[in-house]
Design a protein around this ligand. Structure first.
Ligand code: IPE
Ligand code: IPE
Ligand code: MG
Length: 248
């Protein structure tokens, strides 16, 4: 009989839990490849990690968790894989929506959902609507999202507002710009985690990560679990955030 190895116990400071954690969920394909399974199986397995982390982050009192689920560049992949990924929201919400609702989790999305098949759009919008009054963790899916695209679109919006006389150039501040990003009403990102041992942003949250702490974990996304989350938060709590100043 197999016993799950006892998880390492990280002593977390309850007063210093990151408010917003952003995940680059990476390594699904490699997870599947290692098992000689199709890449899609890795994506399927990866959705279980989302449930695990959402429930755990909610318990820890994290306010928002953003998940990079599909980038604007991921359209370069094989059409069959893209098609499969677009079916995952249905699978995910069929399995876990009720549980997330019971746990007061609020579902959101950012990105070009209009580029997804109609059914995918409806399933995500439905989950967002039904959970909109929930006051627990905000679980925000970055779906068909690109950081450069977001900055460019917000810039265009600012130009339109300026042209229409809604704002003057002086009123166009960093704060104002930030409020008009897709993440405008979420707390600033404190911690960014990328799984699978890749050390890059791949066009994720280019503005939002300016002062976030970065943690890179070797674990492939389907294997990423509560212990990994606790480890990431423990690393975060060990960092000294200065925001350009000098600590006294
Ligand atoms: C992350 O896993 C999921 C998406 C990008 C949609 P990958 O599919 O990138 O997995 P690897 O990097 O090929 O292992
Ligand atoms: C980033 O992962 C995108 C998501 C996790 C959705 P990728 O696997 O697409 O990134 P690259 O291609 O390795 O940079
Ligand atoms: Mg990848």
């Amino acid at each position: 009989m197999f016993f799950k190895q006892k998880q390492k116990d990280y002593q977390l400071d309850q007063n210093n839990i990151p408010k917003h954690i952003a995940f680059i969920m990476d390594g699904n394909g490699r997870w599947a490849k290692k098992r000689k399974l199709p890449r899609t199986y890795g994506h399927h397995e990866g959705t279980k990690t989302i449930r695990t982390l959402a429930l755990e982050a909610n318990k820890l009192g994290v306010k928002a968790m953003s998940l990079y689920a599909f980038s604007t560049e991921n359209f370069k992949r094989d059409a069959k894989e893209v098609e499969y990924i677009f079916k995952l929201p249905k699978e995910f919400f069929n399995l876990y929506f009720d549980e997330l609702m019971k746990n007061n989790v609020q579902i959101r999305y950012i990105g070009h959902l209009e580029l997804a098949p109609k059914e995918t759009q409806m399933i995500i919008q439905d989950a967002v609507k039904k959970s909109s009054e929930n006051t627990g963790l905000i679980l925000c899916f970055a779906f068909i999202y690109g950081g450069r695209d977001e900055i460019l679109n917000t810039t265009k919006l600012m130009c339109e507002q300026y042209k229409a006389g809604v704002i003057t150039l002086d009123e166009l501040t960093e704060d104002y710009f930030e409020k008009h990003l897709m993440t405008g009403d979420l707390p600033p990102v404190d911690l960014m985690v990328r799984s699978s041992g890749e050390y890059r942003l791949s066009n994720f949250f280019l503005w939002q990560l300016a002062y976030a702490e970065f943690v890179f974990d070797e674990t492939l996304w389907p294997d990423y679990d509560e212990e990994c989350l606790h480890r990431a938060i423990a690393i975060y709590q060990g960092r000294e955030r200065r925001f350009g100043g000098v600590l006294k």
